[in-house]
Write a protein that binds this ligand. Structure first.
Ligand code: FMN
Length: 189
């Protein structure tokens, strides 16, 4: 079976997670095709002909990218007929404060309701703080948010918070689902 993987990203972490999953799935014999949101916008058949699909996107300022939302809304009817999974990448998904996690679950559920998509598997992954790529203001703003959430960070160093074992477990659960086995802990959202 061929897997269509679509990611939205600004600083590369959602793409890195998708790349890692693609490597994992390729190793178990699945054929993976990776596309950015822009590529699918240019050629909608990349998603409308998919046999199985996994989509991943980050949260910025409490929202998903409007182009990503539009794309999923356009394709939700097809996505609901094939094996599909969604992951969200953000700071709050890995925050030690329960209220942060509740917020990301609320936002993501709102996105799924708004687009009409009902993926079989959902997951939140902690993202990365790429201080080296942010401008002066963004650096300090993100540092302040991280501090407020109880995550110490140093603006002189990038901080990757993604739990790669959690990513691998998500990859295994999706394969189980495609093989018709019951998926454990399918819904994070
Ligand atoms: C300017 C800015 C705003 C952000 N806003 C949020 C937010 O509202 N909630 C959150 O949980 N994470 C937020 N983050 C963290 C990002 O979601 C995280 O860095 C993620 O890894 C980005 O994914 P990407 O590298 O694929 O773009 C923000 C990051 C930046 C730089």
């Amino acid at each position: 079976m061929e897997l269509t993987l679509v990611y939205s990203t600004r600083f590369g972490q959602a793409q890195k997670i998708m790349d890692t999953l693609a490597q994992q799935w390729t190793q178990v014999g699945l054929s993976c095709r990776l596309h950015s949101v822009a590529e699918v916008q240019r050629d909608p058949e990349l998603l409308s002909q998919a046999q199985a699909a996994v989509l991943g996107a980050p949260i910025y300022f409490g929202a998903f990218d409007p182009d990503f939302i539009k794309l999923v809304a356009q394709h939700h009817a097809h996505l609901n007929t094939i094996p599909s999974a969604f992951f969200v990448v953000c700071f709050a998904a890995g925050s030690p404060q329960a209220t942060d996690q509740v917020e990301v679950i609320k936002l993501s559920r709102q996105f799924l309701r708004q687009t009409g998509w009902d993926p079989a598997l959902t997951q939140g992954f902690a993202g990365a703080l790429r201080y080296s790529q942010y401008g002066w203001f963004k650096k300090r703003f993100v540092h302040w948010i991280a501090k407020r959430a109880g995550v110490p960070s140093d603006i002189r160093h990038d901080l990757e918070m993604t739990d790669w074992a959690q990513v691998q477990a998500f990859g295994n659960r999706f394969v189980d689902g495609m093989l018709g086995k019951p998926i454990e802990n399918a819904k994070w959202l």
